[in-house]
Structures are given as structure tokens and as C-alpha cells.
Design a protein. Structure first.
Length: 319
């Protein structure tokens, strides 16, 4: 077991920071928000980390891999900074057109980032996508290599992973964390603030993301499908919000769950509609918490054959 105490390692951060050169975009546009990209392979805890840093549950968190499909921005303000975190889909070797589009989000985040949080865990032996790793090594920005899930490992294994990633990324700051238990999250925050200048707000200080509420409602519903459905079903679904009506005392939502096959539709609905009721019931509870208002939620299921492999359909669904 890895004991969650102060880390026994040192990083020559001043030497490393001196090697980074601000981009012309940073120098020429002082009003541009500081962007922190969160990148890594699926299921290493990127979304849990971003939710902890932002202080809101903006990204889906499940035990299944590849739950994040979009680039999700989370906005954090203090007296001197506005920081925009960018949670990205897990780095994968594309099997569907959808995966290709997801990797485009990763590429854009790397291009825009002022600081990179590269998230790995104690089980990952090496990066599963060599092209992305090579690109990260060439970045001219501060990189924090965060070894997550140390609470599930032991001291020797964590020390071995720290040494490995220090050798792989000699310019990065490597540190162990547990996003779930907030171990070393304060240290991560301090290192981020160390690397960025004071900057005026770009987004409204009341905003927590650049995404509309409809998006987060659809993500909550999709999270419940990941929770209750097995195998390929969660990966084959897309949520469309057909109606979102916000009145004084109630928000009325009509959501359509898109699947690829008639057989998948039957599974999502379940015997006597029980699975669909379960998904809707649990989603409504979390949506009400997120929106802090009473919600009426209707859910339906529709088949759109092979939508993950069609460029036109992916564009229709916002990918």
C-alpha cells in the first residue's frame, strides 16, 4: 500500500522552468485565458482530476475506459487568475471515425495549452500512443507528469514509476497523486500557479464551463448508461436533448438515447421498460443536484445505424 503522506522526491523546478519559453501568442495577447490541458490514456483518472481542480463535476467519471468524448473546459477564478482546464478524451489508436474525431480534440488541446497535465497511473507501463508521447516531449511549455492512483499501489512501485517517467520526460515535473483522495492536489495547484502569470478574466466569472447546460444534462444521462449497461452498449450510445424548458419552478427535459442497433435499443429499454426507467430515475437525481432545481425528465430510445462510423452523423451530433 502507498501511504498518502508528503512525497519523498525532489524536483529542480527552477531549472526546469528556465528551459520553457513563452509562446508569441502568450506574449502578444495578455487577455487570453491561461489554458491547462489534461491528457493521458483512457481510465487513468483525468476526469476525476479535472473535477477536483475545478470543484464541479463537469466530466463523466466511471470505472469504464473511454467515457470522455469531447473536449470539456472547466473555468476556475481567483483574485489574480482565470484558469481554463481542458479535459480531453483518452488517447487511443482509432478504431472508429468517432475515435479519430476524439483524437482531434486531444491534438487541439496540446496546441492551445500553456501548461500540460500529463496523467498516467501506477499500472501504465508506457504510453499507448507513441505519436502523442513524442509530441508531448517536444512541447515548449511546462509539463506536470502526474502518476495517479497511488492509493492502489505500494511505495516501491510508485518509486519505480517516478524514476521511469523522469527518464522518459527529463524536463517534466513528475509527482505521485491520488485524484480520488485529493492527495497532492494542492501541490499540483501550486505548481500550476507557479507557471502562469496574473491574467484578467476572459470568460464571465460566474461561468464554470464554455458548454451549455444541455451538454451536461446529456453527459449525466450517458454516465448512467455507463453505470448500468455492459459491454459495447455504453460506447454505442449518444444523447440528444430535444427539449430543455426552464420555468420558474421546474426544468422539463426530453432526451433521446441514440443507439446503433435494434438489439441495443431493446437492452437499453429493458424488460417492461425497467432499464430505461432506472437510467432516467438516477439521471434525474443527479441533474437536479447539478442544476439545483426540480427536474421533469423524459427519456426515449432511437436507432441510428452505425452513427459512430459516419462523418455526417458525427457532425450532426457535435463531434
Amino acid at each position: 500500500m502507498y501511504y498518502l503522506v508528503a512525497p519523498q522526491y525532489t524536483v529542480d523546478v527552477e531549472r526546469k522552468r528556465a528551459l520553457y519559453v513563452p509562446s508569441k501568442e502568450q506574449e502578444n495577447d495578455p487577455n487570453r485565458p491561461m489554458k491547462i490541458a489534461v491528457v493521458g490514456r483512457p481510465n487513468v483518472g483525468k476526469s476525476t482530476l479535472m473535477n477536483q481542480l475545478v470543484g464541479e463535476k463537469l466530466s463523466i467519471v466511471t470505472s469504464k475506459a473511454q467515457t470522455t468524448r469531447h473536449r470539456i473546459l472547466g473555468i476556475v477564478n481567483d483574485d489574480d487568475h482565470q484558469i481554463v482546464f481542458s479535459d480531453t478524451p483518452g488517447v487511443v489508436n482509432a478504431a472508429y471515425k468517432l475515435h479519430e474525431n476524439m483524437m482531434e480534440y486531444v491534438s487541439t488541446s496540446l496546441q492551445d495549452a500553456d501548461v500540460l497535465l500529463f496523467v498516467t497511473d501506477t499500472l501504465e507501463q508506457t504510453m499507448n500512443h507513441e505519436g502523442t508521447l513524442a509530441r508531448i516531449k517536444k512541447l515548449n511549455i511546462p509539463v506536470l507528469c502526474l502518476i495517479n492512483k497511488v492509493d492502489k499501489s505500494n511505495q516501491d512501485k510508485v518509486a519505480e514509476r517516478i524514476k521511469y517517467w523522469q527518464e522518459q520526460m527529463p524536463l517534466a515535473e513528475v509527482m505521485p497523486i491520488s485524484a480520488l483522495h485529493r492527495f497532492n492536489i494542492e501541490t499540483v495547484w501550486n505548481r500550476i500557479l507557479h507557471h502562469i502569470p496574473e491574467n484578467p478574466p476572459y470568460y464571465d466569472k460566474e461561468e464554470i464551463s464554455d458548454r451549455p447546460m444541455r451538454f451536461f444534462v446529456s453527459e449525466i444521462i450517458r454516465e448512467k448508461i455507463f453505470t448500468f449497461c455492459q459491454k459495447e452498449i455504453p460506447y454505442s450510445t449518444q444523447i440528444e436533448i430535444e427539449q430543455y424548458e426552464d420555468t420558474v419552478h421546474l426544468i422539463s427535459i426530453r432526451a433521446v438515447i441514440i443507439v446503433e442497433r435494434d438489439s441495443q435499443k431493446g437492452i437499453v429499454i429493458g424488460r417492461g421498460g425497467e432499464m430505461l426507467k432506472k437510467i432516467g430515475r438516477q439521471a434525474r437525481i443527479d441533474i437536479q443536484k447539478f442544476l439545483d432545481k426540480k427536474v421533469f425528465l423524459e427519456t426515449f430510445v432511437k436507432v441510428d445505424k452505425d452513427w459512430r462510423s459516419s462523418e455526417a452523423k458525427l457532425k450532426k451530433y457535435g463531434y
